[in-house]
Each structure stands twice: as structure tokens, then as C-alpha cells.
Design a protein around this ligand. Structure first.
Ligand SMILES: Cc1cc2nc3c(=O)[nH]c(=O)nc-3n(C[C@H](O)[C@H](O)[C@H](O)COP(=O)(O)OP(=O)(O)OC[C@H]3O[C@@H](n4cnc5c(N)ncnc54)[C@H](O)[C@@H]3O)c2cc1C
Length: 395
């Protein structure tokens, strides 16, 4: 893969850079450490601005409001966003996973109805897959829907639904045929979260936020035309969403990790350790250098995934390699932060005694979920073993 920018890519970068330099909000640092419930309207307004500038979803086809950006241009987009420390976008699941799934499987009417409002953050989306007894083994899910006239009637419960508390719409996987093998009787429905019978109960995480929650469905009526894809083909639709989820994050995360490791290296130069600075401690130097190298490996793996997607057109099981790599690396980086900070690592954002604004305690707690969300590390290893290495199934 040639990593030098072409004239077209340079032009894309320069146009984006000029736009971002004028439009990235200057006060993001004041909002960055606030709980997501408080900062959400801010992030929504920022996404609206990107949308108005035509930058909300550069990877999407032009006909759906994107820029049909090549993978290299997408990489430039995230690099420039990170370089200018731009805030993230509010509708992250809509833009990263659900919008692309609607583009792939939706009818023309569905695309027309949902896509523009995903882009503008007018409607926030959540992903209703996991249930109390169906996480890794998603196909065992029990939320069911049966046809009643021209509506499906949905009953059941989802759990760990990120952005459920603010979601306007949900991509919901339900069982529509219990008489066939479990993967074959599933359907994806697009559900208006304001429908009668939908109840959202936030769950508090150890970070103190309620980023996710439970959703209960009691006799919720969903118009027949809200089936995404074909009836009883929900497994394939849901797997597409998961592929987008696993494949899409690495591109932007290595930039965030690079910034984090840079901050830790600076901290190591100032924090004391056994009579000298932490940067002079041989063990700490090794750990920082190891993580720095791993972040570079992550970038190169992402490039490899880009090449493959360019060749095949869709993200594949190699997204699982990225998922394991970034989630476990993020935990290692946060672990080093705690070792560096010692007891100061316990202090939270806003504490005047906390070095580096107290950002690390939140990161340490939040990253524990990284190896669970979007499929656990064990499950990703099963996928790699079977689909990438061609080993026999272990389950
Ligand atoms: C921060 C966060 C956000 C999330 N957001 C969403 C969301 O928006 N929407 C949504 O639907 N879900 C969401 N989830 C749920 C997530 O997808 C599930 O937690 C995950 O798939 C694991 O399922 P589970 O919790 O039921 O654990 P289980 O599947 O019960 O697994 C328990 C343990 O058994 C292991 N295990 C299970 N099966 C195997 C196997 N075959 N081989 C080896 N080990 C195995 C797992 O690795 C794990 O360690 C979120 C989770 C987190 C932490």
C-alpha cells in the first residue's frame, strides 16, 4: 500500500483542514470531562455543524449525503479531527453502524426517511441487540414480534443499550419465527422509541454515568414497513451492523491513543519515582515504549484492513483483530497511567490536586468495558480462529 497522499487526497485534506480550523469549537476542553448526559446537546450541535458543512459522514455515498470518500480520505478525516482536538459526534451509532446498515439493506423509502436525520443528529439511534440471556450468543435472543394486521407487536427486553436514554430510534433484533433453528427466525425492526409500550431504564456504570440502560417492550406496535432487510433474515442484517462496529473504530482510536501516550510520556517526565522522575525508571520507560510501538502497529493493521476493504467492498472478520487489539491496548495504556500516578490516579476530573486534570480515573474505569462491548475478546478470538485461521469451531 502506498501511504503517500495523492494530489486529490491533499486537496481533500486542505479543504477539510480549512473548514475545521474555522469551525471546531474552542471551548470543547470545558465540556470534555463532563458526564455524557450533560455534554450530549453540545455534541449534537457540533454534529449538526459538521452536517451543514457536508462533513458528517464522509465515507457515505454522495447520494446519501456523504462524500464517497476513499478509505484513505476517511483516515485523513479522523486524523484532522484528532489533530484539532475536535469533539466526537453525538449520533455515533447512527453514523458508524446503523446508517451504513440502512444504506445496505433499506428500501428507498427507508433510506429517504431515516438517513438525513441520522446525519443531522436530529434523530439519535441506538442498537437493541443484547438481552439478559443473549449477549455473545446473540441468536438466542427472546424478544419476539408477531404480525397483527399491518403491524408487528413486540414484547421482550434488551439490556446494555448505549444511548437508549437519548435514542429516538432503535435497530432492534427480534424473533419472528421460533419454529426454525435460532439464527433463521430473526428479523430486524426499526422502532420509534416514543412508541407506546417502550420503557427505558438507565443503568449506572462504575464511571458514574448512565451511558447505557435496559429497554422494555410491552405490546409495542411497529408498522410492517419498518422491517429492515427481509423477514427472518435478521441475522445477516445484524452481523453487517456488527462488522461495521468492529471495523470502523480502529481508524480513529489510534489517534486518540497516540495523544494519550504522548500525555503519559510528558507526565512521566515530571512525576517523581524513587528519587528521580518516572521517565528515568527503566521499567516505566519499557512500558511506555512498548505501548507506543503497539499504537503504531494498530495504525498499520488499520491500513491493512483498509486495503482489504478496498479490495472486497465490505469489512470482514479481520475487524475482530482490530477490536481485540485496540480494546486490550487501551486497558494497558490506562493501567500504565494508574502506575504512573499512584494514589493521584484516584482523583477525578475537577479535583484541584489531580495532575493532568484528573482525566485518568475516568479512562481507567471506562476502558474495562472495551473488552466486552461490541463482542468480548473471547468471542473475537473464536471468530479469528474460525474465519481468519480456518480452525475448527470451538463451540
Ligand atoms: C460499555 C458497553 C456498551 C454496550 N452497548 C451495547 C449496545 O449499545 N447494544 C447492545 O445490544 N449491547 C451492548 N452492549 C452489550 C455487549 O454487546 C455484551 O455485553 C457482550 O456481547 C457480551 O454479552 P454478555 O454481557 O451477555 O456476556 P456473556 O455472553 O454472558 O459472556 C460472559 C462471559 O463468557 C464468555 N463467553 C461467552 N461465550 C463464549 C464462547 N463461545 N467462547 C468463549 N467465551 C465465551 C464471554 O467472553 C464473557 O467473558 C454493551 C456492553 C458494554 C460493556
Amino acid at each position: 500500500m502506498d501511504l503517500n497522499l495523492t494530489a486529490e487526497e491533499k486537496q481533500f485534506r486542505d479543504e477539510l483542514r480549512t473548514w475545521l480550523e474555522t469551525n471546531v469549537p474552542k471551548d470543547w476542553n470545558e465540556w470534555r470531562e463532563k458526564p455524557i448526559e450533560e455534554s450530549f446537546p453540545y455534541l449534537r450541535a457540533w454534529q449538526r455543524k459538521l452536517y451543514e458543512g457536508g462533513w458528517a459522514a464522509v465515507s457515505w455515498p454522495k447520494e446519501y449525503g456523504g462524500r464517497s470518500a476513499s478509505l484513505m480520505q476517511q483516515s485523513i478525516f479522523w486524523e484532522e479531527m484528532a489533530r484539532l482536538e475536535a469533539p466526537p459526534m453525538a449520533n455515533s451509532l447512527g453514523l458508524g453502524l446503523i446508517g451504513p446498515t440502512i444504506i445496505a439493506y433499506g428500501t428507498d423509502a427507508q433510506k429517504k426517511r431515516y438517513i438525513p436525520k441520522i446525519l443531522s443528529a436530529e434523530e439519535i439511534w441506538c442498537q437493541g441487540f443484547s438481552e439478559p440471556n443473549a449477549g455473545s450468543d446473540l441468536a438466542s435472543l427472546q424478544t419476539e414480534a408477531h404480525l397483527d394486521g399491518d403491524h408487528y407487536v413486540v414484547n421482550g427486553q434488551k439490556v446494555w443499550t448505549s444511548y437508549g436514554w437519548v435514542g429516538d430510534w432503535c435497530e432492534l433484533v427480534v424473533r419472528t419465527d421460533a419454529s426454525v433453528p435460532k439464527h433463521k427466525g430473526l428479523t430486524v425492526l426499526l422502532i420509534d422509541m416514543k412508541s407506546p409500550g417502550v420503557e427505558v431504564r438507565p443503568l449506572r456504570q462504575m464511571t458514574g454515568e448512565s451511558e447505557f440502560g435496559e429497554i422494555f417492550f410491552r405490546d409495542v406496535r411497529v408498522p410492517k414497513e419498518n422491517v429492515l432487510g427481509k423477514l427472518n433474515d435478521g441475522w445477516n442484517v445484524a452481523v453487517s451492523t456488527l462488522m461495521y462496529e468492529r471495523g470502523s473504530y480502529g481508524a480513529r482510536l489510534h489517534l486518540l491513543f497516540k495523544r494519550n501516550i504522548g500525555r503519559l510520556i510528558e507526565l512521566a517526565r515530571t512525576l517523581p519515582s524513587n528519587g528521580h522522575t518516572a521517565a528515568q525508571d527503566p521499567l516505566m520507560r519499557q512500558k511506555l515504549a512498548q505501548c507506543y510501538a503497539e499504537i503504531e502497529i494498530m495504525r498499520l493493521n488499520q491500513m491493512r484492513a483498509f486495503s482489504r476493504i478496498t479490495a472486497t467492498g465490505v469489512p470482514g472478520p479481520e475487524g475482530s483483530i482490530q477490536k481485540i487489539f485496540w480494546s486490550e491496548l487501551n486497558q494497558r495504556v490506562q493501567q500504565i497511567a494508574q502506575e504512573l500516578l499512584g494514589p493521584y490516579g484516584l482523583l477525578q476530573a475537577g479535583d484541584p490536586l489531580a495532575p493532568d486534570k484528573g482525566i485518568w480515573s475516568y479512562g481507567y474505569l471506562r476502558t474495562r468495558g472495551n473488552t466486552i462491548e461490541a463482542g468480548t475478546s473471547e468471542v473475537q478470538r473464536n471468530i479469528i480462529g474460525h474465519f481468519v485461521l480456518g480452525l475448527p469451531r470451538s463451540y
